[in-house]
Every structure is written in C-alpha cells, then in structure tokens.
Ligand binder design. Sequence first.
Ligand SMILES: Cc1cc2nc3c(=O)[nH]c(=O)nc-3n(C[C@H](O)[C@H](O)[C@H](O)COP(=O)(O)OP(=O)(O)OC[C@H]3O[C@@H](n4cnc5c(N)ncnc54)[C@H](O)[C@@H]3O)c2cc1C
Length: 575
Amino acid sequence: MTTAESFGFNTQHLRTDVLVVGGGTAGTMAGIKAKQANPDRDVLILEKANIRRSGAIAMGMDGVNTAVIPGNSTPEQYVREITIANDGIVNQKAVYETGRLGFAVIQELESWGVKFQKDPDGNYDLKQVHRVGKYVLPMPEGKDLKKILTRQVKRHGVQVTNRVMATRVIVQNGRAAGVVGFDVRSGDFVVIQAKAVILCTGACGRLGLPASGYLYGTYENPTNAGDGYAMAYHAGAELTNIECFQINPLIKDYNGPACAYVASPFGAYTANAEGHRFINCDYWSGQMMLEIYKELNSGNGPVHLKMYHLDDDTIAEIESILWANERPSRGRFHEGRGENYRTHGVEMNISEIGLCSGHSASGVWVNERAETTIPGLYAAGDMASVPHNYMIGAFVYGRIAGENAVDYLQSLDHLEPDPDFLAAEQARIYAPLTQPNGIPHTQVEYKLRRLVNDYLQPPKSPHKMAIGLEKFVAYTDTLSEMGARDPHELMRCNEVHFIRDCAEMAARASLYRKETRWGLYHYRLDYPDRNDAEWFCHVNLKKGDAGEMELFKRPVEPYIIDVDLKKETYDVAVR
Ligand SMILES: Cc1cc2nc3c(=O)[nH]c(=O)nc-3n(C[C@H](O)[C@H](O)[C@H](O)COP(=O)(O)OP(=O)(O)OC[C@H]3O[C@@H](n4cnc5c(N)ncnc54)[C@H](O)[C@@H]3O)c2cc1C
C-alpha cells in the first residue's frame, strides 16, 4: 500500500473546532466570524496557496457588484433582480441574506481600512450597471483588500496553515469530521479533525480550456480547480445547477475580464467590429453572453470594449482603475501589444466554461444558513449555490457559515477517522509519485480540458454531451497514468482529479435538464426553448450509496418576493 512514509514524508495530525478550507474572500470572513462568535473556539484556515495573496481577490478588487445600500436599493429589490437574472431558479431566502447583510459587511470592511468610493457629500458613490437598480460600488483603491483581510484574520486569533491542499472531507457517523490532504511543499500527509468544516474553495476555473490555449490563463483564479465541488460530492453532499455554466467576456489572450461593467458608467460599452452597440446592458448574464455569441458568429465579430470615443481624461480615469487593481498586469499587456484605449478597442473572447455561483449559479447546495446536506459541512462563496453572489455574497455567506458552525458544534466531540478511509485516500493522493516518469499532469489536464471544450461548450448538443460523458468516465484510467516528481506536481495531479469529477458532473447535469435556460449557459440545440412546466426546478446531483452519480429534481422553494417571470425577463439585445 502506498503511504506518505514510502516517500520519506511524515503524517501530521491536527485538531480544531472549526476548520475553514480555502482562505479567500469567503474563507477569511468565515474564520473571523467564527472566532468573533466564540473566541474560546479553535478556528483554523487551511489554504493551498498563501493566504496573504490567494483567491479571486488576491490582487484586490475594483468594485463591489452587489452592494445593497439603504437609500439606494432594498434587499427585496435585489432579490427580484437576481430572480429575474437567474430565470427563476433560485432559493430566494438564500439570496435575500446577501441583500440583508451586505451593507453591514461593507461597513465592517470599511472599519478595517478598506476604501469604497464616496461622492463629495460622503455618500457611497453607487453606479448603475444592472438593468434596474444601482448595486455597483467602485473601489479604486481596493488593491490591498486581501492584505487587510489577512491582518484581521491574525488579529482575531484565527490559525492559518498555508500550502496544504485538502483532498477529501472526512465523514464519520453521518457528519463532517475534518479533512485530509497534503503539504504541497513538504509532501506530508495531513489529517485534520474538526467538529465543523466550512468549504470555501472558490470556483471551478479550470474546466474548459481558454481560447489562448494556456492552462492557467483562465478567467477565474486558476488555483481553484473545482476542489470543493469534488470534495463535497465525495462527502455525499448535494450539488445544484451544475448545468448552468459560467461563461464570461474575456480579454483575448489575457486571463481577465474586459470590464465593460467597470467602464460603462464612464460611457464605454461593448461593441461589434463596426463599433456599434448590440447589447444595452453590460452587466453579465446568460442572455448577454448569448447575444455576444450570436454577434461573434454573425460576421460582425470580433467584439470589443469601446472607449476610443471618450475624452482623454475619462480614459485616463478608467486606466487608473483597471491597471492598478485586480489585474495589475493589464496595462503592461496592452503596452506590449502596442494597444492604446484611445485608438484601440479591447478585443474580447467568450471565456472557457467554468462552474461558479458567484457569477452564475452552479454550486454545492446550501440553504440560507450556509448548511450543505451533510451535517457539520458548510459551504460559502463561489462554490456554494447562492447565485450571482460575487464578492459581497462570499463575505456574507462566509459570515453566516462561520457563525452557524460555532453554534452547531457546541456539544460535539471529535470523531476518529476510519483508518481504511485514510489508507485509501493516502494511496490515491500519492499514486503519481510511484511513477515519476508517468504522463505529465500538464498533458493529462490539457487533453481533458480540450475534451470539455469539444463536447460541453454551449450550445450543447445531446450527442456531443453523451460522447463527452463517456470520455470523462473513461478518463479515470488516464488519470492513473499521471506521474509526479515532487509535491508541487502532486498538487497539480490531484487538481486534475477534481477537474475530471466536475466535467462528469457538468455533462450529466446538462444531459438531465432537457430545455434551454439562462441564455448561453445552458443552451441546448435539441431543446431550444424554456420549459417551465417540467423544469421549473433545481437539477441536483449527489453520490448514491453504490457510488454512482444520482440526478434528481429539487423543487424551487415558494418565493418570499413576488416576481412575474412571464412579464419580467433579462433581454439585453439591441434590435
Ligand atoms: C476576474 C474576476 C473579477 C471579479 N470581479 C469582481 C468585481 O468587480 N466585483 C465583485 O463583487 N466580484 C468580482 N468577482 C467575484 C469575486 O471575486 C468572487 O465571487 C469571490 O472573491 C469568491 O470568493 P471565494 O472565497 O468563494 O473564492 P476565492 O476568493 O477564490 O478563494 C478560494 C480559496 O480557496 C483556496 N483553495 C482552493 N482549493 C483548495 C484546497 N483544495 N485546499 C485548500 N485551499 C484551497 C484557493 O487557493 C483560494 O485562496 C470577480 C472574480 C474574478 C475571478
């Protein structure tokens, strides 16, 4: 049997009350809130990178997409927006929490030193980017957001273990009891017992292959390979809306958004090759992506972010936001290509497909208490199912998960993990090291993600998806041929396992929902129309008792805010 010891690595045993997996936006807040809820509890954040600069906001953020600020909008109005944007498939109670608690989060972040844009009267300077309502709050000085959060994590006495990758949740007696993983530098096998586990591992950003062909040149933070989706699945938790892919406008050949939604309040907009508007709203949605897809395939492509009609001062202001924050390499990228916003549009592509609730809706099923369907297992942020949650939603659900986890574990003891489970997982993790000359992880990942593009990229065809599914299932054998020469390569190999799991889930869920919904996200060529009669429900999946993937419908909870979906749609086409 392959063990850590066979390669000269040790086994580390750790114990904590609350274990947060992933120290990004949601994870840092979950850790802080758990500690605030009860300072006597041990709280540990596990991070596979370094918490100081990890996750989607590693290099800051240029704005809040979902700021529900009193006097500007209400939680009720916000719930209506999201319900319409998500074609009705939402748990409104869960969405409501982002509207209800988001303002308190913004105020708390401000008290920690995060700066939000204010007008001359000192009011939050909100911008209208959505079709209705003002929710976008710029953060032109948001570059050090992650460093500020890390400082608060330490101030609150939350423990942090960097460079350890979780690979499986330990489930004992029907409840989450910790995680296993390994140190991506030393190679040590790590077993952490916990009374509650909060998964905050972000999106599945490496599902499809970007048009640039670069493995890590993804729209999403590339370290997030769907780890949490796969771990929750193997723990037996339900996942939802996995067929509702995330697809975004991406700068061509660059791993970042064009940011039309940042530049649009200044007068910029998405245009076709002739410089004409073809969408009337730059806020992302499946319908908007469908219009971009159509324009690209109409002969009017490529599309670009148009700023060259604006005056020099305005363009300079846009540059100061987009180049200092979030993607600070962006200015250098344009410079290297001899592109100037005064003379050139920013050419865009349709991004690779991914799984993400922050920008879309696919995630591990959670209720408004951030509870998954496994007792003691919580999820928050891009990997949990609250749609269109973005950064503030990740903070809000980090907060909810942290507080509820502390409440839940009050009288619980630690459970001893099953030794057979630990041995099997150890053998699975370290297998690539037994064949250092096996197929390199880059090749195995490249082929897998190219298959994802070939067979799952919308518009979705039933025959292609069926072929894809067959290939993703068979690919389990290919994974066993991967080789690794050190713990870093081992991490990459384990990420490929997660990507394969997500690809299979994405194919099965897409085949199950026999209608078109969410614009391009789930556009089925064989069922081109929406069919509320049969599909006004969530498509959920989980691992069955015999280890097979089970798919089933979960009813949409009764709405708490009335929305007439027949009258209100998110159509953004300029006709
Ligand atoms: C390019 C881009 C632009 C965006 N722009 C905006 C914007 O302008 N406004 C806005 O409101 N929102 C924006 N968002 C969305 C917002 O940033 C995300 O919704 C939010 O940050 C997600 O937080 P998270 O905690 O779920 O994930 P992340 O912050 O990505 O954190 C996940 C963490 O988990 C760690 N991790 C992953 N797997 C493991 C594992 N197996 N073991 C241990 N650790 C692991 C990762 O290293 C990472 O640190 C943007 C996102 C992107 C990608």
